[in-house]
Design a protein around this ligand. Sequence first.
Ligand code: ASP
Length: 356
Amino acid sequence: MRKNKIILLLFFIVFGSIQLAFSQNKKLPNVKILATGGTIAGSASSATSSSYSAGQVGIQTMINAVQGIKELANVSGEQVSNVGSQDMSIEIWLNLANRINELLASDDVDGIVVTHGTDTQEETAYFLSLVVKSDKPVVTTGSMRSSTSISAEGPLNLYNAVAIAASKEAIGKGVLVTLNDEIHSPRDVSKMNTTNVGSFSAPIKGIMGGVFYGRLGFFREPTTKFGNTSEFSTKGLTTLPRVDIIYAYADMASDLIDIHVKAGAKGIVIAGVGNGNMTEDTLKAIKKSYEERGVIVVRSRRVATGWVLRDNEFKDDDYHTIASHDLNPAKSRILLMLALSKGKKLSEIQELFYTY
Ligand code: ASP
């Protein structure tokens, strides 16, 4: 009886080592998948239901659902969070960025994939692009349809993301976003449609590349600073200064500025009408809040696309405002939070919006 047990144990040890040798194919790159939740990890009660819950499925189940993924890379997963990305937080951003920097510093990791909800994916990807210090690829992906949906596109998006993260072509290109066979730069990409699988696009600068069942190519380079050349980092940060976004509209009330300042905002981004505009009274309130409290205000746009130009319908210096250039409000907020975390002055911040 005892002899049988020893034979069984030996069998498992030998068989286990052979399996490990096969599953850790040394020639393949090592790609780590960090899962944060989202619809890609969502599930519904039926394959044709439009209502579902995001962030339900664990990373190992997601990996197992992707046929052929193990032929692209030695993949392993880690669950960083499991939230709908409407609940993405600064705390998760800092943990995620620190974990990515730690993993990429190791010779055992060649690339990273981050699975993420689509609602705030552009924000997370842009944040990471400014604070990840490595040339190795980091690729974010998600899906518009939940994992239990008919024609769920998450598995192919994840397959493509791993192919990009494992590729030589993606080295040195900073953080990338892939969905629907497209490769995007985080600064340029936005979610443009609430439900469509082709929701992500980069209306000002266009896509960076394409990926088709793992075969990929790039058409252009990122146009602004990122990664190793970025002056921003998460070292020593436990949070970021509060920056709020205010949506502008006809007859906008100027006391909104005071309300946000009183609530603790150190910076404000205005999603302005047209070319970053707002009522004259709001501009006066902004001028006062800078002169009395040092609150920095960036003019972005509520319009889906286009540049916000400095000194367009008035002189920005007259109201101490910053023009967001081509950054949308959500990404302007990230750049302003990072700038304030470094103690940047009003006079230095405009240049950052052209540089990053
Ligand atoms: N609300 C979901 C999320 O952002 C939507 C999605 O992932 O498509 O997590």
